[in-house]
Write a protein of this length. Structure first.
Length: 155
């Protein structure tokens, strides 16, 4: 009987792990893989190096897990917003550097810098938009809630 209880708890923890970590990572992996396949088909008719190979697909899968971990940090309300953004950006940038270094194509320094600059601009546009929307939603939510004084003002 105790074995069944332990097995049930392990099954529940595994299910929770899959829902929290594996499923979002697989979604990011799928989106990235489909996007790069589409990009490779559209951009390169004769030159097929943009179409992901097995090595790139494995890197996409690792990116899914890294990006999911970065998003878990980004959603952690115990940290300040600035620290969450810095950690999220650092994880994403580190993965971009790993991806560029492990790429089979020779990437020139100017191309690397351009990719890094474009990534940074797009990153901060997206994060800025997300933070602005969240702030607006929280402001509306707080303005609709009734104010309740914590301290008694009568002395």
């Amino acid at each position: 009987m105790a074995f069944c209880a332990i097995l049930g708890k392990m099954k529940q923890k595994l299910k929770s792990f899959i829902i929290k970590y594996v499923t979002p990572a697989c979604v990011y992996f799928t989106i990235l893989t489909v996007f790069f396949y589409f990009l490779g088909e559209v951009i390169s008719e004769d030159n097929r190096h943009l179409i992901p190979n097995f090595r790139m697909i494995l890197l996409f899968l690792l990116f899914g897990f890294a990006f999911n971990a970065a998003n878990k940090v980004f959603k952690n309300n115990k940290l300040s917003v600035a620290l969450r953004v810095i950690i999220h950006y650092a994880i994403c940038t580190a993965y971009l550097i790993i991806f560029m270094l492990s790429s089979l194509a020779d990437i020139s320094p100017s191309t690397s810098f351009t990719m890094f600059a474009v990534f940074t601009v797009i990153y901060f546009i997206i994060v800025g938009t997300i933070l602005a929307v969240r702030t607006n939603i929280n402001r509306r939510r707080n303005s609709k809630s009734e104010y309740k004084a914590i301290y008694d003002k009568t002395i």
